[in-house]
Design a protein around this ligand. Structure first.
Ligand code: CA
Ligand code: CA
Ligand code: CA
Length: 248
């Protein structure tokens, strides 16, 4: 916070005086300080003088300050639009109109949120998705600004870290749609991995099953986990398994 003091020095002291100490407070643009002539043209210190001088404290525009600059909040995945998330508040200690300010969203990469410009209440305008690429380790981060009415306007900034609770809203998928199995009379195993973007326990491990009647031809080992082994027990052509129900 920059503060400027303007002292009024008698002209004959100007090059040798200093102001010490100066007492002032915000909202009182004038205060009294002590002006001391330390030395005059090399004269010994016993000739120094003390006077009271009028100090004009020039108010400059400072940005609004958030009472908490880093805040945590919780939000359920797929929460309905209009869900209240958190309230962020700021203050501006300026004495002029430059203390009036409004709240604005500074950064909201997925466009989920809005803020009441006057109260700082943050609510959703879109459905939050924990599996969004903008969510890192289950946390969605936004920046909130408080912009005052100064010229130029000054801006205070705060960070809101939103922990998005997970829902099981994604189905597991194999990482590949087809696999080729070499034609062989021997037993062969091909690994198949599945993926689910939900977090644990909604994102795995998985139970693997084979469709149709493939007993004695194909089996899975293991059938539980993130990767299964597709075992060809007899001579068979290729994946997909549901087209592989007959031996050659
Ligand atoms: Ca201000
Ligand atoms: Ca989810
Ligand atoms: Ca899931």
């Amino acid at each position: 916070m920059r503060r400027e003091h303007k002292g009024i020095c008698p002209s004959r002291w100007k090059t040798r005086c200093h102001i010490s100490p100066v007492k002032w407070s915000k909202g009182r643009p004038q205060a009294y300080g002590k002006l001391t002539q330390a030395q005059v043209d090399g004269t010994a210190g016993d000739l120094s003088h003390s006077v009271l001088v009028l100090i004009e404290v020039e108010d400059t525009n400072d940005p609004p300050m958030f009472t908490v600059t880093v805040k945590q909040a919780m939000l359920e995945e797929n929460a309905p639009i209009g869900t209240w998330v958190e309230k962020m508040t700021a203050v501006d200690h300026d004495s002029s109109h430059a203390r009036d300010f409004v709240y604005k969203i500074g950064s909201d990469p997925a466009g989920w949120l809005t803020v009441d410009p006057h109260t700082g209440d943050i609510t959703t305008v879109n459905t939050p998705d924990r599996e969004s690429p903008h969510v890192v380790n289950g946390t969605y981060t936004i920046l909130l600004n408080a912009v005052d009415n100064g010229d130029p306007p000054m801006t205070g900034t705060a960070t809101l870290s939103i922990h998005v609770t997970d829902m099981n809203d994604n189905v597991p998928q194999p990482t590949v749609e087809t696999v080729d199995v070499c034609l062989s009379d021997n037993v062969t195993t091909t690994d198949i991995t599945a993926f689910d973007p939900d977090g644990i326990p909604f994102g795995g491990p998985f139970t693997f099953e084979l469709l149709e009647d493939v007993k004695g031809k194909w089996k899975l080992s293991p059938s539980y986990g993130y990767t299964t082994g597709l075992v060809k027990e007899s001579r068979c052509v290729c994946w997909p398994i549901h087209n592989c129900s007959e031996d050659l």
